[in-house]
Design a protein around this ligand. Structure first.
Ligand code: NDP
Length: 299
């Protein structure tokens, strides 16, 4: 069976739109900074700002040239940190190599860090302190599992990939005590021997490698749940764009073995966007509770 991330994302977007339409004084506002003109990043940023507009969240976009200095970027972030009308700040990754990504993540105010990459927010995640922001992709996966009544408690979850954006925070979330956690987690990467065997032992397999077709049917246990985070462009002469988007999972082979699987597109991606909006509204409700007539139960 397929886990439909797109329709769940739409449902969450409708809840957000209901909340924002009840606001009379001002709306939540997300600031997005895009450095350079990487086509994939431009598409992500446009999707994010368009979805903001659909749900009644304001967005402001700064498109800086790829040669912009780290100093100018830090100044821009400082302005946004001090602007009381901005609730969330997102700097689209990847950044050009002359810019230190950690320095940029550290500069964003933790209270506006809706991507959840600031060390304060990553630290709160490790401490099981829910006053921070949880990175959008792992949070989206947790919500998607919960909404599909998939408990991770006592399950062996194998995560392929150890990035700060996906793998590491996903492992922390699943290891938390209590609801949505209590899993036994294994994280594997390029230096893991017997990776295929470890994947076969997974009750829930989460792949975030950026390698199309990496997860083969032979790597999946019968009846496992498979979450495909990968977003990969592969050449496709039949598509007007000349490419198509696929995940990390060999979908046709794996769907025959697993009990549940997320498609690409239409799985984790839309949930990541829904959680970005969720985090922006969460920031707004914390910063301006005086403006909220209705409550919004954030994830
Ligand atoms: P990174 O490149 O930062 O991390 C990839 C991870 O996969 C690394 O830990 C790497 O191991 C591991 N890996 C890559 N190749 C292999 C291999 N052959 N064997 C074992 N491990 C391997 O990528 P991200 O985490 O940022 O993104 C991963 C994918 O998820 C991409 O396709 C990206 O586009 C997508 N993505 C999708 C999102 C969504 O909303 N759906 C959000 C974010 C990302 P090592 O550390 O040893 O190098």
């Amino acid at each position: 069976m397929i886990i439909d991330g797109k329709s769940l994302s739409k449902e969450i977007q409708r809840e957000i739109a209901r909340f924002t339409s009840s606001l009379t004084d001002r709306r939540p506002c997300l600031a997005v900074i895009l450095v350079g003109n990487d086509p994939a990043s431009e598409i992500y940023v446009n999707t994010k700002t368009k979805t903001c507009a659909k749900t009644g969240i304001l967005s402001v976009k700064d498109n800086l040239p790829s040669h912009v200095s780290e100093e100018i970027l830090l100044q821009k972030i400082d302005e946004l940190n001090r602007n009381p009308l901005i609730d969330g700040i997102l700097v689209q990754a990847p950044l050009p190599s002359h810019i230190n990504t950690n320095k940029i993540n550290f500069a964003i105010s933790p209270e506006k860090d809706v991507d959840g990459f600031h060390p304060v927010n990553l630290g709160k995640l490790m401490l099981n302190d829910d006053s921070g922001f949880i990175p959008c992709t792992p949070l989206g996966i947790r919500v998607m599992l919960a909404k599909n009544n998939i408990s991770v408690k006592g399950k062996h979850v194998v995560i392929v990939g150890r990035s700060v954006i996906v793998g590491k925070p996903m492992a922390s979330l699943l290891l938390q005590k209590g609801e949505g956690g209590d899993a036994t987690v294994t994280v594997v990467h390029k230096h893991t021997p017997d990776l295929e065997q470890i994947c076969r032992e997974a009750d829930i397999l989460i792949s975030a490698t950026g390698m199309p077709g990496f997860i083969k049917g032979s790597m999946v246990k019968q009846g496992a749940v498979v979450i495909d985070v990968g977003i990969n462009r592969v050449p496709c002469p039949d598509d007007v764009r000349g490419y198509k988007i696929v995940g990390d999972v060999d979908f046709d082979a794996v769907k025959e073995k697993c009990s549940l699987i997320t498609p690409v597109p239409g799985g984790v991606g839309p949930m990541t966007i829904a959680m970005l909006l969720n985090n922006t509204v969460k920031s707004f409700t914390r910063r301006r509770p005086d403006l909220c007539k209705n409550t919004f139960s954030c994830y």
